[in-house]
Design a protein around this ligand. Structure first.
Ligand code: ZN
Length: 127
């Protein structure tokens, strides 16, 4: 689970693309895709490259909490979202949506790996 590993690494604190790639054992492109999906699920991924003084992206989770008593509700359940929750989902459903999106990403990455495997390359060459 690439995305889940990226999320766990980010929970320890801000990480660069390279650090996340090493933690999850995947390419930087896979890391960037994971960050995109985590952001879409409501984790609000922030790139602090400018502040890091490096060329590489430095990412952190800006939102990973549940704050009670707001005026919006989760898109999936009737739970109230706090004023500090910028996403469309409650904590439980944010996690669920992230897992679904990241599973789709992992499946897509697996397919890409299959296409570029040696067997496929040979078949393409022979054909
Ligand atoms: Zn919910």
């Amino acid at each position: 689970m690439t995305g889940a590993l990226v999320l766990e690494a980010l929970r320890e604190g801000p990480k660069t693309t390279g650090e996340l790639a090493a933690a999850a054992g995947v390419t930087r492109n896979a890391v960037l895709c994971s960050l995109y999906y985590l952001d879409r699920a409501g984790y609000q991924i922030v790139n602090e490259r400018a502040r890091s003084g490096r060329v590489e992206g430095l990412y952190r989770i800006a939102y990973d909490r549940e704050v009670p008593s707001g005026d919006r509700t989760c898109l999936i359940c009737p739970k109230t979202l706090g004023p500090g929750n910028p996403g469309p989902y409650c904590r439980y459903h944010r996690r669920m949506m992230a897992r679904l999106l990241l599973m789709a990403l992992d499946a897509a990455l697996d397919r890409m790996t299959e296409v570029t495997s040696d067997d496929e390359q040979q078949q393409l060459t022979l054909a």
